[in-house]
Design a binder for this molecule. Structure first.
Ligand code: GTQ
Length: 349
């Protein structure tokens, strides 16, 4: 049974001071803060970042700060409920928008946090991941898992912008976040594995059955394939059911990264979705289309390349505002982490 717990003020000041001097804290005055009933305490705010607000300021960063002075020229999408300097879109998910200009390189490094890139605009840029050259076209997902070397370059013309998502807030919180600089990698092959060894879902190189499995056999998921697969899935999905595909490791079938999950959601023309509440926090990024999202009763209009943050346990509604065209969203969540920790849940209303 719920009962009123003792407050800090109920305790003699001298006793409280004795505890403080000994680095001791009484649990009961704060018990309901750390273990509230029904829904977790959360400071994460439903937040939307408009690309048209980010883009000019990112291009300005390109003029203000040479790449050598930035290493990674990024504006971070920081949740206003979580102290901006701590660079968290949600408690576990870091999101930034990175700009690279023609001829620039972002030098090789590796780090304990895992990262992904999702290309927002431009063409001609690439990421080298342990020497594998991954071209970056709009909508492509590129993995740079924990510990893998990665550097970026740009051989085309015009600015290229991509969204970075990292599990940095989590890795930082467990005091495990650090990076190592490395020399430039030789490019190993001209075509990445999405175009050669893992060309089609359901088919993997035979030899991979015999050897110790690579952890990350596929590093690039081209958007063209994802969009085609969503359009095909839509034909076979009942109205009201989400048309959603998970990005997975083609050999293990598990999520691409140990901590963060990635999926693509198509909203059919005029479609309204009211997905089941989940314990995971998430960030959604608009690939195509425009519409509205309601997050815990707060409403936001979204359009191309906008990005929004969804707290844990939030109630959400998604609407495609077009009655003619489908809309496409790219979703990052921390469900893989929560599953591993044993508390991922789909929640009732
Ligand atoms: O491109 O390697 O947004 O290391 C933050 C940290 C991007 C990157 C970020 C990084 C990178």
């Amino acid at each position: 049974m719920t009962s009123e717990l003792g407050k800090l003020e109920d305790l003699p000041v001298s006793y409280r001071n004795e505890l403080t001097e000994r680095n001791l804290v009484p649990l009961w005055p704060g018990l309901r803060n750390v273990l509230p009933y029904e829904r977790p305490a959360h400071n994460t705010r439903p937040t939307l970042w408009r690309y048209e607000e980010i883009r000019p300021r990112l291009l300005q960063a390109g003029e203000l700060t040479p790449i050598e002075k930035a290493e990674r020229r990024v504006l971070v999408l920081a949740n206003p409920g979580l102290e901006l300097e701590t660079m968290r879109a949600t408690p576990t998910i870091y999101v930034g928008m990175q700009l690279i200009l023609p001829g620039e390189t972002a030098p090789n490094h590796r780090h304990t946090p895992s990262a992904i890139r999702f290309v927002v605009e431009g063409s001609g840029a690439f990421t080298l991941v342990n020497g594998e050259k991954c071209p970056m076209q709009k909508g492509d997902l590129i993995l740079t898992p924990s510990g893998l070397w990665h550097e970026h370059g740009h051989e085309g013309s015009g600015p290229v912008v991509w969204l970075d998502a990292l599990d940095l807030p989590f890795v930082y919180a467990v005091e495990a976040s650090y990076a190592i600089e490395g020399p430039k990698h030789e490019t190993q092959n001209e075509l990445d594995a999405s175009q050669t060894r893992y060309r089609r879902g359901g088919l993997i190189p035979y030899s991979s059955l015999n050897r110790q499995r690579a952890h990350y056999p596929l590093l690039r998921y081209p958007w063209g394939e994802v969009k085609d697969a969503l359009l095909a899935l839509a034909i076979d999905t009942a109205v009201g059911e989400p048309v959603q595909l998970a990005y997975v490791n083609p050999e293990s079938g598990a999520e691409c990264l140990p901590t963060l999950g990635f999926s693509a959601l198509m909203l059919r023309p005029g479609e309204q979705l009211h997905p089941q509440r989940r314990s995971a926090s998430a960030v959604m990024h608009v690939v195509e289309g425009h519409g509205r999202v309601e997050i815990d009763g707060e409403s936001f209009d979204w359009g191309g390349a906008d990005t929004f943050a969804i707290p844990t346990h939030a109630e959400i509604k998604l609407v495609n505002a077009s009655s003619v065209d489908p809309a496409f969203l790219f979703i990052v969540d921390d469900a893989p982490l929560q599953r591993k920790l044993g508390f991922y849940e789909l929640l009732s209303e």
